[in-house]
Design a protein around this ligand. Structure first.
Ligand SMILES: Cc1cc2nc3c(=O)[nH]c(=O)nc-3n(C[C@H](O)[C@H](O)[C@H](O)COP(=O)(O)O)c2cc1C
Length: 208
């Protein structure tokens, strides 16, 4: 059975554009594939804590106190969710040109030497290969081309993080100009949803 791991990271709940796109894509998926396994993690409502000294130790060596044990257990759980998924569907808003801090924290618990990546003579090697990721990028402005494109620290950062752990089959769907007025927003949302649905494997997708 195909497992889809859904990660939402907006702080805006129901009003969130990325959440709305992810929810709509999931409804489509479930209608077409009632048996599909969906695992959801909402970093907006259930945040992963920022790294601290105990967590940094726990991710590198054996925990020596209960705080470190808790951090290690959280990291193990989050990594297991990724390991058990065939497809990652990530909702990733742009906040201040980059990804939400909550999503960065999630990656901080996922990138673990010897577990999700390792260094070999050939350089760093990601250990979570064989998965694909569909990343829904939402932005108030327009960064795909033109003068603002150099300010985009969202898409390249996400590509680097995913590639580093071995997920190189990554599709980015951009909903841009969301702050340019209702018409732009509606058009961008409809286009993005159609793109997400088209990106899902044929057996899983249905028309937008
Ligand atoms: C704290 C914050 C910072 C933002 N920073 C940017 C930004 O740097 N560039 C941009 O184009 N839009 C920015 N926006 C607009 C969001 O990208 C836009 O509202 C998008 O819909 C957010 O996704 P979400 O609705 O899923 O949270 C920002 C919004 C918030 C709340």
């Amino acid at each position: 059975m195909t497992t889809v791991l859904v990660i939402r990271s907006s702080i805006l709940g129901e009003a969130s554009a990325s959440n709305q796109l992810v929810y709509s894509a999931l409804s489509n998926l479930q209608v077409a594939n009632p048996a599909i396994r969906i695992v959801e993690r909402d970093l907006g409502t259930d945040p992963v804590p920022h790294l601290d000294a105990d967590a940094a130790i726990a991710l590198k060596s054996d925990p020596i106190n209960s705080v470190q044990e808790k951090a290690r257990a959280l990291s193990d759980r989050l990594i297991d969710e990724v390991k058990n998924a065939d497809i990652l569907l990530l909702g990733a808003p742009m906040y201040n040109f980059g990804i939400p801090s909550g999503l960065k924290s999630w990656f901080d618990y996922i990138l673990r030497a010897g577990i999700t990546f390792r260094y070999s003579e050939a350089g760093p090697e990601g250990l979570l290969s064989g998965k694909r990721a569909i990343v829904v990028l939402t932005r108030g402005g327009f960064y795909s081309e033109g003068p603002a494109s150099v300010m985009d620290a969202q898409e390249p950062h996400l590509r680097a993080l995913l590639n580093f752990i071995g997920i190189s089959d990554v599709t980015f769907v951009r909903a841009e100009k969301l702050a340019f007025g209702p018409e732009h927003r509606e058009a961008a949302m409809a286009k993005a949803l159609a793109e997400i649905v088209a990106e899902l494997p044929p057996a899983l997708a249905t028309a937008a």
